[in-house]
Design a binder for this molecule. Structure first.
Ligand code: SF4
Ligand code: SF4
Ligand code: F3S
Length: 361
């Protein structure tokens, strides 16, 4: 977090950390693949990033549980985590930084002054607006005051998690703190929402790398979410989808259907109305995701998911008004189900092999 480190190019930072060009190219190729961009863009990303100055990043935490920060700092492998912190210069994060009190605030003010108009703000947590914002204060300022002060000189804002993106748990009825999502307060800057409770680490990383390497936010859906990760429902890509299409449903978590891996729709799965990449990117280095571990999707990346009724009642029970959405999802076809996750993994592998071949040639 020193000047010397902030002003290095990403290539210089990588070299100083002993990260090989080959490892970095792989990282960019995988990132491009996840963003549904062609391999050629991965190579351009690697070239552009090596030449670029590490962008200053200010990380703000408001009403949150630190789960999103845990996710942000734990990408799928220590290598990827190190790579991310070579790509950005994390100049302020009051949870992670060693400095505290006035020293921490001075670091933030200096990062803002030195990088005015160019720094990136990452935010987790919602902002309490009730009773003058007294429910979340730091350094004598309310969360709202800090937010508006910091985003004034920002180039863009990335909301990490459902609390920052849509309000999350603090926003749930009766919302005693008057919590609001960031996009309701920041209306004059690009705001990217990366929801999830918490979001998938690789989705956060890829969104940041896209912005830093290509100089713009990725294409977004109507809720401000990157389309590459939130363009399909969990149900579209779920490996249990063939059972849904055949009408084979588990009726309890320990019945014959559950043991056979049948669809969890009747146990409350919200996959048909939830847009996220869990079924393809998965968690913990592609190990699994909630449905693969035997529990239905809760819908954690959707607006207002805490207030949409029981997690264990099926969608058709009326907790969601989604009959048409379910019908549309079912119409998407079996091929989008079990096949898509396999195809995605194969695509990722083949691009890595392609990189290896290029490196060897
Ligand atoms: Fe915690 Fe979930 Fe909110 Fe993230 S979105 S801060 S994990 S409650
Ligand atoms: Fe998978 Fe849930 Fe859809 Fe069943 S309802 S196929 S478990 S996403
Ligand atoms: Fe959340 Fe559903 Fe994924 S609960 S973690 S969006 S499977």
């Amino acid at each position: 977090m020193t000047d010397q480190h902030t002003h290095r190019t990403i290539g210089e930072a990588l070299d100083a950390s002993g990260v090989s060009r080959r490892s970095f190219l792989k990282f960019c190729m995988v990132t491009a693949s996840m963003l549904a961009l062609p391999p050629s863009v991965g190579r351009v990303m690697a070239q552009q990033l090596r030449k670029a100055k590490r962008p200053s990043v200010i990380y703000l935490s408001f009403q949150e549980c630190t789960g999103c920060l845990e996710s942000f700092t734990r990408s799928f492998s220590p290598t990827a985590e190190n790579l991310l912190f070579n790509v950005i210069s994390l100049d302020y994060d009051d949870t992670l930084m060693a400095a505290a009190g006035s020293h921490a605030e001075a670091a933030r003010e200096k990062a803002m002054k030195d990088n005015w108009g160019e720094y990136l703000v990452i935010i987790d947590g919602s902002v309490p607006m009730a009773d003058g914002g007294v429910y979340n204060t730091a350094a004598g300022k309310t969360a709202h005051q800090t937010l508006m002060e910091v985003v004034e000189g920002a180039a863009a804002v990335v909301c990490v998690g459902t609390c920052a993106s849509f309000g999350g748990i603090p926003y749930a009825h009766p919302n005693p703190t008057g919590a609001v999502p960031i996009s309701e307060l920041v209306t004059d800057k690009p705001v990217v929402n990366v929801p999830g409770c918490p979001p998938i680490p690789e989705v956060i990383t890829s969104t940041l790398v896209h912005y830093v390497s290509l100089g713009k936010v990725p294409d977004l859906d109507e809720h401000g979410r990157p389309l590459a990760f939130f363009g399909n429902t969990i149900h579209d890509r779920c490996y249990r989808r063939p059972f849904f299409d055949q009408g084979k449903f588990a009726k309890s978590f320990d019945d014959e259907g559950a043991r056979n891996g049948w669809c969890l729709y009747e146990l409350g799965c919200k996959g048909p109305t939830t847009y996220n990449a869990c079924a393809t990117v998965k968690w913990n280095d592609g190990t699994s995701f909630p449905i693969e571990s035997g529990h239905g999707c809760l819908g954690c990346s959707e607006p207002g998911f805490w207030d949409k009724g029981s997690f264990y009642k099926p969608l058709a029970a009326g907790t969601y008004t989604s009959a048409e959405k379910i019908a549309a999802a079912a119409g998407a076809g079996v091929l989008l189900g079990a096949g898509a996750a396999v195809a995605s993994r194969m695509k990722r592998k083949s691009r890595l092999h392609e990189t290896d071949r290029e490196e060897r040639s």
